[in-house]
Write a protein that binds this ligand. Structure first.
Ligand code: CP
Ligand code: NVA
Length: 320
């Protein structure tokens, strides 16, 4: 897939807050471009597609992968990235997001935002005149899932028709996985303890999309049933950022929802194990599975770089 095709995807100048506005063609175009950029990087070929462009990166929460992959990604595309924490900017002192968005739009060509309420990125997007990228909110983590789907395609050479099993908390990761699976025609089974399910409206929206893609969405409280014959087994932490005070209660409530050898053995024998990281060994996943031969966690982490570079070029690039 060439850069021209990326431009023709129609994503230039748009925001990326979740997958709801995307078509499967747009997803495939960005994934193909990500693959092209990965190959060029391996050959040390320069890819200066964002020369002279700056990405502002607003962080209200901690990050290792997101910060470093976006920053290195901009550098490798010939551009520049600015790390802006809430504490070091006037955002932390209460300057309205509407003003922040309009001011930063006068300096930068794109904004990447990691924050708490999803409404924050929506407000920034409403006022910014440059593309806004969601780098994780309480409700969605779409850039992670973009890299995850790139990883799945590399491992399985297809997306459509596969079955992904997610075991754990019905959190931001699940919401983005549900949206992206429905888009790609992938079946998804989500196993959560009672009271920890994904948001109903997001499940319903994904179900409507899955209908036309002929894929299935299952929400259950039975991890073994969800994992049976699955091609991918995915989990994430039981307490997300901002939920630290609930950690002890959650440890109790999520008993029986650990991805361990027994659970992985009920999946397809060639199943891969995925986790967005950071992981809590011995909680949502056993050490054995995390470090085992089926685990592709570091491929996922690496692909954050390639997938996000493709996204940046598609949203912010204007030549080549
Ligand atoms: N997976 C992920 O987004 O990692 P960070 O919190 O380190 O950015
Ligand atoms: N669900 C986790 C994902 C971290 C990348 C969180 O929001 O903390």
């Amino acid at each position: 897939m060439s850069m021209t095709t990326a431009r023709e995807s129609g994503l230039k100048g748009t925001h990326f807050l979740d997958f709801s506005g995307w078509t499967s063609h747009e997803m495939n175009t960005v994934l193909a471009l990500a693959n092209e950029l990965k190959q060029k990087r391996a050959k040390h070929e320069a890819t200066p597609y964002l020369q002279g462009k700056t990405l502002g990166m607003l962080f209200d929460k901690a990050s290792t992968r997101t910060r470093v992959s976006f920053e290195v990604g901009m550098y490798e595309l010939g551009g520049h990235a600015l790390f802006l924490s809430d504490q070091a900017t006037q955002v932390g002192r209460g300057e309205p997001l509407s003003d922040t968005a309009r001011v930063l739009s006068r300096y930068v060509h794109g904004l990447m935002v990691r924050t708490h309420a999803h409404a924050n990125v929506e407000e920034l997007a409403r006022y910014a005149s440059v593309p806004v990228i969601n780098g994780l909110t309480d409700d969605h983590h779409p850039v992670q899932v973009l890299a995850d789907f790139m990883t799945i395609f590399e491992q399985k050479e297809q997306l459509r028709g596969l079955t992904l099993c997610y075991v754990g908390d019905g959190n931001n990761m699940v919401h983005s996985l549900l949206q992206a699976a429905a888009l790609a025609g992938m079946n998804i089974r989500v196993a959560v303890p009672e009271g920890y399910g994904p948001r109903e409206d997001i499940v319903e929206q994904a179900r409507r999309r899955a209908l036309s893609a002929h894929s299935e969405i299952t929400i259950t409280h039975d991890p073994l049933l969800a994992a049976e014959g699955a091609d991918i087994v995915y989990t994430d932490v039981w307490a997300s950022m901002g939920q630290e005070k609930e950690s002890a209660q959650r440890l109790d409530d999520f008993k029986g929802f650990q991805v361990n050898r027994a659970l992985l053995d009920s999946a397809d024998r060639d199943a891969i194990f995925m986790h967005c990281l950071p992981a809590h060994r011995g909680e949502e996943v056993s050490e054995e599975v995390l470090e085992g031969a089926q685990s592709v966690i570091f491929e996922q982490a690496e692909n954050r770089l390639h997938a996000q570079k493709a996204l940046l070029v598609a949203l912010m690039g204007d030549h080549r």
